[in-house]
Design a binder for this molecule. Sequence first.
Ligand code: MG
Length: 244
Amino acid sequence: MKRSIFSIVILVLAVFKSSICFAQFPILDYYDNPRPKVVATGEISKDGGVAAPSDAISMFNGKDFSEWKGNPKWIIKDGTITCFPGSGYLYSKREFADFQLHVEFKFAEDITGPDNMRGNSGIFLHGLYEIQILETYQNFNKFHVNGYAGSIYTQHAPLVNPMHKPGEWNTFEIIFTAPSFNPDGSYRTNPRVTVLFNGILVQNNAIIYGLTAGARVEQKTKGGIAIQEHGSTVTFRNIWVREL
Ligand code: MG
Protein backbone atom coordinates (compact mmCIF):
# COMPACT_ATOMS: atom_id res chain seq x y z
CA MET A 1 0.00 0.00 0.00
CA LYS A 2 2.77 2.37 1.10
CA ARG A 3 4.63 1.56 -2.07
CA SER A 4 1.66 2.33 -4.34
CA ILE A 5 1.07 5.71 -2.60
CA PHE A 6 4.74 6.50 -3.09
CA SER A 7 4.44 5.61 -6.80
CA ILE A 8 1.40 7.87 -7.20
CA VAL A 9 3.23 10.78 -5.53
CA ILE A 10 6.21 10.29 -7.85
CA LEU A 11 3.87 10.15 -10.88
CA VAL A 12 2.06 13.36 -9.86
CA LEU A 13 5.37 15.14 -9.29
CA ALA A 14 6.64 13.96 -12.70
CA VAL A 15 3.51 15.22 -14.47
CA PHE A 16 3.71 18.53 -12.58
CA LYS A 17 7.40 18.94 -13.44
CA SER A 18 6.85 18.16 -17.13
CA SER A 19 3.98 20.69 -17.27
CA ILE A 20 6.39 23.34 -15.96
CA CYS A 21 9.16 22.35 -18.38
CA PHE A 22 6.90 22.47 -21.41
CA ALA A 23 4.66 25.40 -20.47
CA GLN A 24 4.60 27.83 -23.36
CA PHE A 25 4.24 31.58 -23.06
CA PRO A 26 0.92 32.59 -24.67
CA ILE A 27 1.25 33.80 -28.23
CA LEU A 28 0.32 37.48 -28.27
CA ASP A 29 0.66 39.59 -31.38
CA TYR A 30 1.14 43.25 -30.59
CA TYR A 31 0.79 45.83 -33.34
CA ASP A 32 0.79 49.16 -31.51
CA ASN A 33 2.76 48.70 -28.34
CA PRO A 34 4.25 51.08 -29.64
CA ARG A 35 6.14 50.31 -32.84
CA PRO A 36 9.94 50.60 -32.46
CA LYS A 37 11.15 53.93 -33.78
CA VAL A 38 13.28 53.84 -36.93
CA VAL A 39 16.90 54.76 -36.12
CA ALA A 40 19.59 55.25 -38.73
CA THR A 41 22.95 53.86 -37.63
CA GLY A 42 25.97 56.15 -37.70
CA GLU A 43 28.57 56.12 -40.43
CA ILE A 44 31.60 53.88 -39.80
CA SER A 45 34.99 55.32 -40.75
CA LYS A 46 37.81 53.32 -42.34
CA ASP A 47 39.59 53.05 -39.01
CA GLY A 48 36.49 51.80 -37.18
CA GLY A 49 35.09 55.04 -35.80
CA VAL A 50 31.33 54.96 -35.27
CA ALA A 51 29.47 58.25 -35.71
CA ALA A 52 26.31 58.99 -33.72
CA PRO A 53 23.10 57.23 -34.79
CA SER A 54 20.12 59.41 -35.66
CA ASP A 55 18.57 59.33 -32.16
CA ALA A 56 21.77 60.04 -30.22
CA ILE A 57 23.04 63.26 -28.66
CA SER A 58 26.49 63.99 -30.02
CA MET A 59 28.66 65.10 -27.10
CA PHE A 60 31.45 66.36 -29.34
CA ASN A 61 31.01 67.87 -32.78
CA GLY A 62 34.73 67.76 -33.56
CA LYS A 63 35.01 71.54 -33.30
CA ASP A 64 34.14 72.97 -29.89
CA PHE A 65 33.14 72.28 -26.28
CA SER A 66 29.51 73.31 -26.63
CA GLU A 67 28.32 70.19 -24.74
CA TRP A 68 30.82 70.66 -21.89
CA LYS A 69 30.95 73.00 -18.93
CA GLY A 70 33.37 75.84 -18.32
CA ASN A 71 36.23 76.55 -20.64
CA PRO A 72 38.14 73.26 -20.87
CA LYS A 73 41.84 73.33 -21.70
CA TRP A 74 41.67 70.09 -23.66
CA ILE A 75 43.14 70.20 -27.17
CA ILE A 76 40.80 70.00 -30.18
CA LYS A 77 42.48 68.73 -33.32
CA ASP A 78 41.24 66.93 -36.45
CA GLY A 79 37.87 66.07 -34.89
CA THR A 80 39.41 64.71 -31.68
CA ILE A 81 39.87 66.05 -28.15
CA THR A 82 42.90 65.31 -26.00
CA CYS A 83 43.51 65.68 -22.29
CA PHE A 84 47.02 66.24 -20.99
CA PRO A 85 48.55 66.59 -17.52
CA GLY A 86 46.94 69.57 -15.80
CA SER A 87 44.05 69.97 -18.26
CA GLY A 88 41.40 68.96 -15.69
CA TYR A 89 38.21 66.90 -15.94
CA LEU A 90 35.65 67.45 -18.67
CA TYR A 91 32.05 67.75 -17.33
CA SER A 92 28.98 67.51 -19.54
CA LYS A 93 26.32 70.20 -19.35
CA ARG A 94 23.53 67.67 -19.85
CA GLU A 95 22.37 65.19 -17.26
CA PHE A 96 20.94 61.76 -17.94
CA ALA A 97 19.22 58.98 -15.99
CA ASP A 98 19.65 55.67 -17.87
CA PHE A 99 21.70 55.85 -21.03
CA GLN A 100 23.90 54.20 -23.65
CA LEU A 101 27.24 55.96 -24.04
CA HIS A 102 29.62 55.37 -26.93
CA VAL A 103 33.16 56.72 -26.65
CA GLU A 104 36.39 56.05 -28.55
CA PHE A 105 39.88 56.65 -27.15
CA LYS A 106 43.52 56.03 -27.94
CA PHE A 107 46.99 56.56 -26.56
CA ALA A 108 50.01 57.97 -28.36
CA GLU A 109 52.05 55.32 -30.18
CA ASP A 110 55.12 56.39 -28.18
CA ILE A 111 53.29 56.51 -24.84
CA THR A 112 55.48 56.62 -21.76
CA GLY A 113 54.83 56.52 -18.04
CA PRO A 114 54.53 53.79 -15.42
CA ASP A 115 51.54 52.05 -13.87
CA ASN A 116 48.58 54.34 -13.26
CA MET A 117 50.31 57.30 -14.91
CA ARG A 118 50.32 55.49 -18.25
CA GLY A 119 47.27 56.59 -20.24
CA ASN A 120 45.09 56.99 -17.17
CA SER A 121 41.70 58.55 -17.80
CA GLY A 122 38.18 57.30 -17.20
CA ILE A 123 34.52 57.79 -17.90
CA PHE A 124 32.60 58.86 -14.79
CA LEU A 125 28.94 57.86 -15.14
CA HIS A 126 26.75 60.47 -13.41
CA GLY A 127 30.15 61.96 -12.52
CA LEU A 128 30.41 59.27 -9.81
CA TYR A 129 31.19 55.80 -11.08
CA GLU A 130 34.39 55.36 -13.08
CA ILE A 131 34.87 53.00 -15.99
CA GLN A 132 38.65 53.02 -16.06
CA ILE A 133 40.80 53.94 -19.03
CA LEU A 134 44.45 52.89 -18.80
CA GLU A 135 47.07 51.63 -21.23
CA THR A 136 46.74 47.92 -20.48
CA TYR A 137 48.03 46.54 -23.79
CA GLN A 138 51.62 46.63 -22.53
CA ASN A 139 51.02 47.75 -18.97
CA PHE A 140 49.04 45.00 -17.29
CA ASN A 141 51.31 42.66 -15.41
CA LYS A 142 51.94 44.77 -12.35
CA PHE A 143 48.67 46.66 -12.06
CA HIS A 144 45.73 45.70 -9.81
CA VAL A 145 43.13 43.97 -11.98
CA ASN A 146 40.19 46.02 -10.76
CA GLY A 147 42.05 49.07 -12.07
CA TYR A 148 42.48 47.74 -15.63
CA ALA A 149 40.85 49.52 -18.55
CA GLY A 150 37.20 48.47 -18.57
CA SER A 151 37.07 47.94 -14.81
CA ILE A 152 34.55 49.62 -12.57
CA TYR A 153 37.39 51.19 -10.71
CA THR A 154 38.36 49.17 -7.61
CA GLN A 155 35.03 47.27 -7.73
CA HIS A 156 34.98 44.89 -10.71
CA ALA A 157 37.87 43.85 -12.95
CA PRO A 158 36.96 43.55 -16.64
CA LEU A 159 36.06 39.99 -17.67
CA VAL A 160 38.88 40.06 -20.27
CA ASN A 161 41.49 42.51 -21.58
CA PRO A 162 40.72 43.40 -25.24
CA MET A 163 42.87 46.59 -25.35
CA HIS A 164 44.31 47.61 -28.72
CA LYS A 165 47.94 48.63 -28.96
CA PRO A 166 48.95 52.29 -28.46
CA GLY A 167 48.22 54.38 -31.54
CA GLU A 168 45.04 52.40 -32.38
CA TRP A 169 41.51 53.41 -31.44
CA ASN A 170 39.52 51.62 -28.75
CA THR A 171 35.77 51.73 -28.17
CA PHE A 172 33.62 51.61 -25.06
CA GLU A 173 29.92 50.90 -25.37
CA ILE A 174 28.47 51.58 -21.94
CA ILE A 175 24.88 50.85 -20.91
CA PHE A 176 24.09 52.42 -17.54
CA THR A 177 21.07 51.95 -15.29
CA ALA A 178 20.69 54.74 -12.75
CA PRO A 179 20.18 53.94 -9.06
CA SER A 180 17.08 54.70 -7.05
CA PHE A 181 17.30 55.89 -3.46
CA ASN A 182 15.62 55.35 -0.09
CA PRO A 183 14.61 58.45 1.92
CA ASP A 184 17.82 58.10 3.99
CA GLY A 185 19.94 58.36 0.82
CA SER A 186 20.92 54.68 0.69
CA TYR A 187 20.39 52.77 -2.55
CA ARG A 188 16.96 51.22 -3.03
CA THR A 189 18.36 49.75 -6.24
CA ASN A 190 22.06 49.98 -7.02
CA PRO A 191 23.34 51.46 -10.27
CA ARG A 192 24.25 48.79 -12.83
CA VAL A 193 26.43 48.83 -15.89
CA THR A 194 27.20 46.75 -18.96
CA VAL A 195 30.37 47.55 -20.90
CA LEU A 196 31.48 46.31 -24.31
CA PHE A 197 35.15 47.09 -24.87
CA ASN A 198 36.18 46.86 -28.53
CA GLY A 199 32.99 44.84 -29.02
CA ILE A 200 33.87 42.39 -26.24
CA LEU A 201 31.74 42.12 -23.10
CA VAL A 202 33.79 43.17 -20.06
CA GLN A 203 31.04 44.14 -17.56
CA ASN A 204 27.80 42.16 -17.65
CA ASN A 205 25.05 44.18 -15.96
CA ALA A 206 27.45 44.52 -13.03
CA ILE A 207 26.24 45.96 -9.73
CA ILE A 208 27.99 49.19 -8.78
CA TYR A 209 28.39 49.24 -5.00
CA GLY A 210 28.95 52.98 -4.55
CA LEU A 211 31.04 55.96 -5.59
CA THR A 212 34.44 55.14 -7.04
CA ALA A 213 37.56 57.02 -5.95
CA GLY A 214 37.92 60.38 -7.67
CA ALA A 215 34.16 61.07 -7.87
CA ARG A 216 33.57 64.76 -7.37
CA VAL A 217 29.82 65.35 -7.34
CA GLU A 218 26.84 64.39 -5.12
CA GLN A 219 24.88 61.30 -6.04
CA LYS A 220 21.39 61.61 -7.45
CA THR A 221 19.07 59.88 -9.93
CA LYS A 222 20.28 61.94 -12.90
CA GLY A 223 23.81 63.06 -13.57
CA GLY A 224 26.30 64.18 -16.16
CA ILE A 225 29.24 62.45 -17.72
CA ALA A 226 32.76 63.38 -16.70
CA ILE A 227 35.94 62.40 -18.51
CA GLN A 228 38.94 62.16 -16.25
CA GLU A 229 42.33 63.78 -16.64
CA HIS A 230 44.74 61.81 -14.48
CA GLY A 231 48.21 63.10 -15.31
CA SER A 232 48.19 61.43 -18.73
CA THR A 233 47.57 62.21 -22.37
CA VAL A 234 44.58 60.43 -23.94
CA THR A 235 42.71 61.30 -27.14
CA PHE A 236 38.94 60.88 -27.65
CA ARG A 237 36.44 61.05 -30.51
CA ASN A 238 32.89 59.96 -31.39
CA ILE A 239 31.35 60.57 -27.99
CA TRP A 240 27.58 60.14 -28.10
CA VAL A 241 24.73 59.32 -25.76
CA ARG A 242 21.35 57.70 -26.28
CA GLU A 243 18.92 58.30 -23.44
CA LEU A 244 17.06 55.14 -22.45
MG1 MG B 1 41.22 56.68 -14.24
